[in-house]
Ligand binder design. Structure first.
Ligand code: FES
Ligand code: FES
Length: 158
């Protein structure tokens, strides 16, 4: 089947999508957007987190067909290599990226948190990121990154 959706602001079509295909597969393999990662394919790790109609979802658990006519935003849609989003910049500056497999999902989850709660407490950050697993960093630098991004986005520039 053909799936047509608005992806990162552009109308995109994916052909030959099979019924059981995930949105994650469609994004990565058919639309050339490899930012969202496939670490578990079971909804356990959050590395595939994208926005679907403005709500963060695990793209590995969403059927590609469910995206028909809807809006999808991936980590690639939050900023570009030349113009990183403050959340993306903060992850780099805080050293919150090691292997990077968890990073796209964490960035989308942090972006969503800061859009709802501009200056979250540590508890709110931990709760918001509870579904995103990282095997490498120990989370300390990830929390630092979210605090840094919150400060940057609220005019607390260093
Ligand atoms: S790959 Fe989707 S939650 Fe792990
Ligand atoms: S940086 Fe490797 S899993 Fe998080």
């Amino acid at each position: 089947m053909r799936v047509t959706a608005t992806v990162n602001g552009l109308i995109r079509q994916a052909d030959d999508v099979w019924e059981g295909e995930s949105l994650l597969y469609m994004l990565r393999e058919r639309l050339g957007l490899p930012g969202s990662k496939n670490a578990c394919e079971q909804g356990e790790c959050g590395s595939c987190t994208v926005y679907l109609d403005g709500a963060p979802v695990c793209a590995c658990l969403v059927a590609a067909g469910q995206a028909e006519g809807r809006s999808v935003v991936t980590v690639e849609g939050l900023g570009s290599a030349d113009d990183l989003h403050p959340v993306q910049q903060a992850f780099l500056r805080a050293g919150a990226v090691q292997c990077g497999f968890c990073t796209p999902g964490l960035i989308v989850a942090a972006h969503d948190l800061l859009s709802r709660i501009p200056m979250p407490t540590d508890l709110q950050i931990r709760e918001a990121l509870a579904g995103n697993l990282c095997r490498c960093t120990g989370y300390v630098k990830i929390l630092d990154a979210v605090r840094l991004a919150a400060g940057e986005m609220n005019g607390d520039r260093e």
